[in-house]
Design a protein around this ligand. Structure first.
Ligand SMILES: [Zn+2]
Length: 296
């Protein structure tokens, strides 16, 4: 959708609410209290309905990212439009200028949109060949980092580890911020395996690098194939290039547009890049995002 199409469709708040209703209530609006379909739009307040059966009043935005916001829905829709159209998203400063809100409001809106991007049921749908890898994002490496730790890939730094799994055939990614466990250990075999098993079916072929925590895979039904990065990056079909290129996009995005991200919000940014990657061929990403903004 380009700007003109967007303007034409969503110039008035009524049109926005009507579009939203068509996405959320595909089978018609029902009362959220008694499920009756005898509901009527409140005059001059189009986002509210009342139920003639149980006299309940409700907002069509209940349980969504828009529910507690006093920002005009035209601004919300335009923010989502801008965010999805920019390949790498937009920053709070850019959004603040575009829709004329405070920086705090713009920043909050973007976090809510990212939350919706991650609002999807995770299923064990990855199969056949998958790649798993980990990377470090955000924060600053320790001082004298190179002296203390020769591992250039960041294991052992103060950055936050993110673990990612890619289904090579369907090109779907699942990525999670993996904070240290109770004993302060990072990226244990157990932690990696639990993230892997959230999305991967049993007995899949799992490609990893030589990182020792992946040795846990030998105790599972998965078939584990390793590439030794100290010697080579691609060994025929055994490589982790897809997940590594996802990391490159994620880091370019985060460092290029957002400059830095605190650990607290890192998962939201990871959700954003997973959503973009997984839905790159979806025709209406906009409507998909509206759908995922519900039940949050
Ligand atoms: Zn009712």
């Amino acid at each position: 959708m380009n700007y003109l199409q967007f303007q034409k469709l969503f110039s008035a708040e009524e049109a926005i609410i009507a579009h939203y209703i068509s996405i959320r209530y595909k089978e018609g609006i029902k009362c959220n209290h008694c499920n009756s379909d005898k509901v009527y739009q409140v005059k001059d307040r189009p986002k509210f309905f009342y139920c003639s059966h149980c006299i309940n009043h409700f907002s069509v935005f209940k349980d969504t990212i828009f529910e507690h916001s006093s920002t005009d829905m035209r601004k919300w829709f335009y923010a989502i439009h801008l965010f999805l159209n920019g390949k790498k998203g937009i920053s709070g400063c850019q959004l603040q200028r575009e829709i004329d809100v405070t920086y705090k409001t713009a920043w909050r809106m973007l976090q809510q949109i990212r939350k919706a991007m991650g609002n999807k049921e995770v299923q064990q749908s990855f199969e056949a060949i998958v790649e798993i890898d980990e990377t470090y994002v955000g924060g600053k490496p320790k001082k004298n980092f190179n002296k203390d730790n020769k591992n250039k890939r960041g294991r052992g730094t103060k950055k936050s580890p993110v673990v990612g799994v890619i289904d090579r055939q369907n090109k779907q990614v699942h990525a999670k911020v993996a904070l240290p466990n109770k004993e302060g250990k990072k990226l244990t075999g157990k932690q990696l395996l639990s993230i892997l098993n959230e999305v991967v079916k049993q007995s899949s072929i799992v490609m990893t690098d030589e990182f020792k925590s992946y040795n846990i895979l030998s105790k599972t039904e998965h078939i584990h194939l390793k590439v030794d990065h100290t010697k080579e990056y691609v060994n025929g079909l055994i490589h982790t290039n897809n997940i590594e290129s996802f990391w490159a996009t994620l880091k370019r995005g985060i460092y290029g547009i957002y400059h830095s991200v605190s650990t607290k919000y890192l998962q939201n940014y990871v959700n954003e890049f997973c959503f973009r990657y997984n839905n790159r061929d979806v025709e209406s990403m906009f409507d998909l995002l509206l759908l995922q903004s519900i039940n949050i």
